[in-house]
Ligand binder design. Structure first.
Ligand code: TPP
Length: 499
C-alpha cells in the first residue's frame, strides 16, 4: 500500500499509468486523500478523475469504519484483477474518529515473486500485449461493480432519491433522511445496470458529489437521467445545508474561507530568514513547507509558489530571462531532497547565476515533524546515515556553499547581498533546528513601556507572542514567547529585553 495526498499522486502518475498495464501480482492499493476546500493544499483537484485516466478501479469509503472494511475489499480486488486499486478519501473522512469492532489481521498474499518479463518489463512490444489484457480486466471489473456489496440501493421515498459516494453520501442522508439512496462504494467502473434500475424507481434523482461532476458525467453518458449541481458548487466542500441548496437549484453564494490566518510558530527559524530576505528585496521563488508562510504580510517575501520542487526551476527561469533581477530560490530541507535536487543540478549545469537558499530546520515540519534523510532516522525512528546537504550541493556543482544560522539576521542579509551579486551559483544553507524538535525555552522577552516608542516595528516579524493592546501599548505574551530574541534585533529603541 502507498498513501499520499492528491498532489503526491500527481508526482507518482508516471509509474501509476504503467502499473495498470503490468499488473501487480500480490495486492497493491493506492490510498489517496483529497482536500476539498483546501484546508492545507495548493489546489482542490478531484483525484477520482485519475481512475478512468489510469484505467484503475476506484473505491470511496464514507466513514472510518467503511475505510476499514473497504481496505480488505481493495486488496481482494487488486489481487483478483491483477491491478492497482485507487482508494480515495477526503479530509473529512481522514480527520474523523469512530469506534468500531475490528477483526483479525489480513493474511499475507501467497503470490510468489517470479521472473515474467512480458508482464513486468514494459517495452513497447510487451506493453502492447498488456494494454489488450488491461482492457479485458476492465470489462471484468465493470461486471464486478454490478455484483459487489460495496454498491447498494436503499429504497425509501420514491419521490426523491440520491446517488452519492464518500462523505457526500452522509450529507445527503442527513439532509433527506426519508429519501432513497444509492451508495457507491466503488465509483469506477460504475454499476450502470444497477444504477439504471434504481433510477427507474425514483421520480427526482440527484447526484451529490463534492468538486467535479465525476459521477454525473458518467451517468449522463450512460443515458441515466440525473439532476446535478451548478458549476459554482465545484469549488469547496459540501455540507448538509449545501445538499439542500443544490436540491433547491441554488448557486453557491459564499467563497469558502478559513477563519484563522496561518502563522509561523514563536521561535520559528524561518522568521529571521524572511526578515533578512525582506530587507534584501530580491525576486524570491518559493516552495512548499512552513516557509511558504513567508508569502503573507508582514514577512511578504515570496513572489511565486506552485508545488513541491518548483522553486529552483522557477529561479533558474527568472534568472535567465531577467538577468537584471536579483533572483533567489527558497526551499526547505525535506522539499529539497524530494524534488529540489534535480532543479539544482539543472541550474548548475546550465550556468545559472544567483542564490538558492535551503531553509534547513532539519525536519519535515509542515506535515507534522516527520524524519527525512537529513535527520539520521527513518520514518520508523530507526537510526541511519544522515545526508549532508552541503556535500550534496557541492556534488551537484554549486559554485559556492555557505552555512549560516538565520538568527544572525544581519550576517545573513550581508551574505545574501554579497552572493547574489557574484557571477556564480551559490547555495546558502540557513540552518537552525525547528522549534518542534528543539524545544529549549530561553527567558521570554519583555517590553519596557517607558522606553518603547510605539513604532510597531516589532509587529513586522509576525510573531504570535507580540500584540498591540487597545491602549496603544505593545506586549509580549510570556507564555508564548520562547526567547528567540528576534524582536530584540528588530527594535530600534532597545525597549525589549529578557525577563
Ligand atoms: C507532492 C507533494 N507531496 C506532499 C506534500 C505535502 N507537503 C507539504 S509541505 C511538505 C514538506 C515540507 O518540509 P520542508 O521542505 O522541510 O519544510 P518545513 O515545513 O520543515 O519548513 C510536504 C511533504 C505536497 N504539498 N506536495
Amino acid at each position: 500500500m502507498t498513501a499520499c495526498k492528491h498532489v503526491g499522486l500527481n508526482v507518482a502518475m508516471d509509474p501509476l499509468m504503467t502499473t495498470a498495464y503490468s499488473g501487480v501480482n500480490a495486492g497493491f492499493v493506492v490510498v489517496v486523500a483529497d482536500d476539498p476546500g483546501m484546508h492545507s493544499s495548493q489546489n482542490e483537484q478531484d483525484t477520482r478523475r485519475i481512475a478512468p485516466f489510469a484505467k484503475v478501479p476506484l473505491l470511496e469509503p464514507s466513514s472510518p469504519s467503511e475505510a476499514y472494511r473497504f481496505i480488505d475489499e481493495a486488496f481482494d480486488i487488486s489481487e483478483q484483477f491483477d491491478i492497482p486499486v485507487l482508494f480515495r478519501v477526503t479530509t473529512r473522512i481522514s480527520h474523523t474518529k469512530e469506534s468500531f469492532e475490528i477483526d483479525g489481521e489480513r493474511k499475507e498474499s501467497a503470490r510468489l515473486l517470479e521472473r515474467n518479463p512480458v508482464k513486468y518489463v514494459m517495452i513497447p512490444g510487451h506493453a502492447r500485449l498488456r494494454h489488450v489484457d488491461l482492457e479485458k480486466r476492465l470489462v471484468r471489473l465493470q461486471e464486478y461493480a454490478e455484483t459487489t456489496v460495496l454498491n447498494h440501493a436503499e429504497i425509501k421515498d420514491r419521490k426523491i432519491g440520491f446517488i452519492a459516494s464518500g462523505i457526500s453520501l452522509l450529507y445527503a442522508r442527513e439532509a433527506y433522511p426519508d429519501a432513497s439512496v444509492f451508495s457507491l462504494g466503488m465509483s469506477y467502473p460504475l454499476p450502470v445496470k444497477k444504477l439504471r434500475a434504481f433510477a427507474g424507481k425514483i421520480e427526482e434523482l440527484y447526484v451529490i458529489e463534492e468538486l467535479e461532476p465525476f459521477l454525473e458525467e458518467q451517468l449522463t453518458l450512460a443515458g441515466i437521467r440525473v439532476i446535478g449541481k451548478k458549476p459554482s458548487w465545484r469549488c469547496g466542500e459540501l455540507s448538509v445545508a449545501a445538499v439542500k441548496s443544490i436540491v433547491a437549484g441554488e448557486e453557491r453564494q459564499d467563497v469558502p474561507r478559513k477563519a484563522r490566518r496561518p502563522i509561523l510558530c514563536p521561535g520559528c527559524s524561518h522568521r529571521p530568514a524572511f526578515r533578512a530576505l525582506k530587507k534584501c528585496n530580491f525576486f524570491v521563488a518559493g516552495d512548499i513547507g512552513c516557509y511558504t508562510l513567508g508569502a503573507l504580510e508582514p514577512l511578504a517575501s515570496l513572489h511565486t509558489q506552485i508545488c513541491m520542487g518548483a522553486s529552483i526551476p522557477f529561479f533558474e527561469g527568472i534568472s535567465k530571462t531577467n538577468p537584471d533581477k536579483k533572483a533567489v530560490a527558497v526551499i526547505g530541507d525535506s522539499t529539497f531532497l524530494h524534488t529540489g535536487l534535480s532543479g539544482l543540478i539543472s541550474a548548475a549545469y546550465n550556468n545559472t547565476k544567483g542564490v538558492v537558499v535551503i531553509m534547513d530546520n532539519s525536519i519535515t515540519a509542515m506535515t507534522g515533524a516527520q524524519n527525512n534523510p537529513v535527520t539520521g532516522e527513518t520514518l520508523q525512528g530507526k537510526k541511519t546515515k544522515p545526508i549532508a546537504l552541503e556535500d550534496l550541493c557541492r556534488a551537484a556543482n554549486a559554485d559556492q556553499v555557505d552555512i549560516i544560522d538565520p538568527f544572525d539576521v544581519d550576517g545573513l542579509e550581508k551574505l545574501l547581498k554579497t552572493r547574489v551579486n557574484e557571477d556564480k551559483l551559490s547555495v546558502v544553507i540557513v540552518r537552525h533546528p525547528c522549534r518542534m524538535v528543539n524545544r529549549i525555552r530561553k527567558s521570554p522577552s519583555k517590553i519596557d513601556q517607558g522606553v518603547c516608542k510605539k513604532c510597531g516595528l516589532c509587529l513586522q516579524i509576525d510573531c504570535p507572542a507580540i500584540s498591540k493592546l487597545e491602549d496603544g501599548n505593545f506586549m509580549i505574551d510570556p507564555l508564548l514567547c520562547v526567547g528567540c530574541s528576534l524582536c530584540r534585533n528588530v527594535c530600534k529603541s532597545n525597549a525589549i529585553s529578557s525577563h
